[in-house]
Design a protein. Sequence first.
Length: 235
Amino acid sequence: MPKKFIIEDSVWRILPDLQVATVVGHSHESLNQSGSIPEALLEQANQKAVQWVQADPISANPIIKDWRDVFHKFKTKRGARSSVESLLKRAKQGKGVGNINNLVDIYNSVSLEKAFPIGGLDLERLQGDLTLRVSAGAEKFFPIGEQDAEMTLPQEIIYSDQKAVVTRCLNWRDSARYGVNSSTKEVLFLIENANPERDADYQQAISLLQKRLQDYLQLSTTVQVLDQEHPQVEL
């Protein structure tokens, strides 16, 4: 039975303008062990990212303000920021975002250049349907790089499958159980947008991610965009 991605009504009541694009690809071999990406891809993306955060302090930049406003509308862990803010901040500070693996490097490069939050999940690891919803709180979450579980907060917006929490605070932090790794063959990318005025940029980001996956990994993908009028898709 095909898996679905569903955004619950509780999310639309908080973020009525939210859009989440799904970019799905299937391969017969590991996507992180096939194909290659240019050595300078992330270096160039870090350089291009600075255009989005030229003002000081960083919160004065429209992209950052947009996502901080979004994160003020629901309960978040202290210090949580949109994943795109973390990437742009590193670029602005000259630290740059480094290499991780093919899939992560590709979607990070697009996130940096187009200034949208993007996450990647191993589609085969999802247990049943993926849901974006408001947490009741006290749900276990196993973050990347940590040994101990965290607990979600009441009224926090999370992605989850039928077994566990997949990400916290929208796409802020990923679970170690679902991230793309050396064995990933089926991948799901999630691209978030909460500002209707950036629709043209959003479409460019989606297309650029598809193009780089095709050019560098020979991975064909399909795209669907969820919004309040289209809250459910098959993956």
